[in-house]
Design a protein around this ligand. Structure first.
Ligand code: CS2
Length: 488
């Protein structure tokens, strides 16, 4: 049997696959919550490159909220794992050495609180997905549920992300352990301000004094970008072939990556700029650019592709008319909806996004991206539509995306096969659809009524509703594939 990746295997790896730093030698300065593929192929890669270029005590302690499998595998591999960058005709595998340790919060919640109160830790980064913040997608307000309220009452170890942060920051204040930055790396709108708002609301609801937090905690906003699909057995085989050892948690992703970070770190930070990140005073324009053009198009392709039986984004890209519809969506609806970063053309950015989505080596499942639509739609599509409506425009392509999501929510593809609805609001969505007539008008009426997703101004907008109903009617009559083939 081939041996496992680990410190002992490093010398036998091909030179170009070895970590950029000596793993296990850099003291921890960052806690990262959410040990998923995206963090390991993005922020960890940037941080390792920053450490290699500029040094610093910025090793990362990874925290998986619940899942034990990645933490167990990492423990058996001395915290090492590999990322393979895949383009159409090239694959480059490299082991990342940025992780100092990893833990499962659910198994040892007190450890997470203690880490946040450790003076050596000066940055907390988060990839906990949109729903992990427990915020209402339409308004950004902190939700109320049993687990969160019990965490905020503070009479048991925390299980939710806001609960971990509140209890960790209270412990840090008691220990007077110094200032810290809490950095969301999720695709939320104005993610820094959302996290700040979440902390403010959580402290207020729990009745805690937040004087220390106001003086010592900053929440810089970020824009994060790299396509990193869920790993499959093919990903692991590719890594094993390149490394000559088994990596049980190998990842693959596109070669492209980008990170724009607001430079507001009261306790210091790694020299991420030495690794190619952009440090700025306002990530907002980058964030809107990426959420509206990249993620908006991604979600559109996921719903349209899945409805038409395409299992990956690259396969969906081949559908006649789809790329053209997406090009028109970006040019006619997204580009005029906001002011992009200086010197950036939204249309050119959109074209480069489409060429990334066409990468045939990236097997990104449409159903993976389709997940959690209720949490994603507002910032990816609805803000574009609202901004265009405020300008008096008719956002036909934005309405196409909303219609695709609504049809997907019915749970049936155009060939009659079942589509799973994986969404925190799945029960509410299913109940609303069931209670409405099975017509395009009925479906639109049921889902526009979801106040957690659609702001009242959009739900009551007759222009938008009739555009959505028109697309739903086309889908019902001809199916998604033929509807798109008619786009020009
Ligand atoms: C995707 C993103 O799963 C999704 O919803 O749209 O994960 C996307 O791949 C990344 O944001 C790309 O940076």
């Amino acid at each position: 049997m081939t041996s496992l990746l680990g410190l002992g295997a490093l010398r036998r790896l091909p030179v170009e696959s070895r970590p950029l730093i000596r793993p296990g030698t850099v003291p921890a300065g960052i806690v990262h919550i959410g040990l998923g593929a995206f963090f390991r192929a993005h922020q960890a890669v940037y941080t390792e490159a920053a450490l290699a270029a500029a040094g610093g005590d910025w090793g990362i302690v990874g925290v998986a909220p619940r899942s034990t499998s990645v933490v167990e595998a990492l423990a058996s591999q001395d915290q090492l794992y590999s990322v393979t960058s895949l383009s159409a005709n090239d694959a480059q595998t490299r082991v990342v050495g940025a992780l100092a340790a990893s833990h499962v919060a659910a198994l040892d919640p007190a450890r997470v609180v203690a880490l946040l109160a450790d003076p050596a830790i000066r940055v907390v980064t988060l990839t906990v997905t949109e729903k992990g913040y427990r915020l209402d997608p339409a308004t950004g307000r902190l939700l109320s549920d049993q687990a969160l309220d019990a965490d905020l009452a503070g009479d048991r170890p925390p299980t939710t992300v806001p609960g971990m942060l509140v209890q960790g920051l209270l412990a840090r204040a008691r220990a007077d352990a110094g200032p810290i930055a809490i950095v969301s790396c999720d695709n939320l709108p104005a993610n820094g301000r959302r996290v700040q708002g979440m902390l403010d609301a959580a402290f207020a609801r729990a009745g805690h004094d937040d004087t220390w937090v106001r003086a010592n905690v900053r929440c810089p906003g970020t824009m994060v970008d790299r396509i990193v699909p869920a790993s499959t057995s093919a990903t692991l085989s590719l890594a094993a072939a390149a490394l000559g050892v088994v990596d049980q948690v190998a990842l693959s992703g596109e070669p492209y990556m980008q990170w724009v970070i607001e430079d507001d770190f009261p306790g210091g930070r790694p020299a991420w700029e030495a690794a190619g990140a952009v440090l700025t005073s306002d990530a907002g324009p980058w964030e809107r650019l990426k959420l509206r053009s990249l993620n908006g198009v991604h979600s559109a392709m996921a719903y349209l592709g899945a409805l038409a039986g395409r299992s990956t984004i690259a396969e969906a890209f081949e559908m006649p008319g789809l790329a053209e519809a997406m090009r028109l969506f970006v040019a006619e609806d997204v580009a005029p909806s906001f002011t992009p970063p200086a010197g950036v053309s939204v249309v050119s950015y959109g074209a480069s996004v489409l060429s990334r989505f066409a990468n045939p080596a990236i097997l990104h499942r449409t159903t993976q991206i389709a997940m959690d639509g209720s949490q994603k739609l507002p910032q990816r599509v609805l803000e574009t539509i609202s901004d265009r409506r405020s300008a008096g425009a008719v956002p036909r392509w934005g309405a196409l995306v909303v219609a695709a999501w609504m049809r997907y929510c019915r749970g049936v593809a155009d060939d009659g096969s079942t589509l799973g609805l994986d969404d925190p609001l799945a029960d509410t969505i299913r109940a609303a659809i069931k209670a409405a007539p099975a017509t395009p008008e009925g479906l639109a009426g049921a889902l526009f009524g979801l106040t957690a997703v659609f702001p009242p101004s959009l739900a009551q907008d007759e222009v938008v509703r009739s555009l959505v109903v028109e697309w739903l009617t086309e889908f019902e009559k001809h199916g998604v594939e033929s509807t798109l083939a008619g786009v020009s």
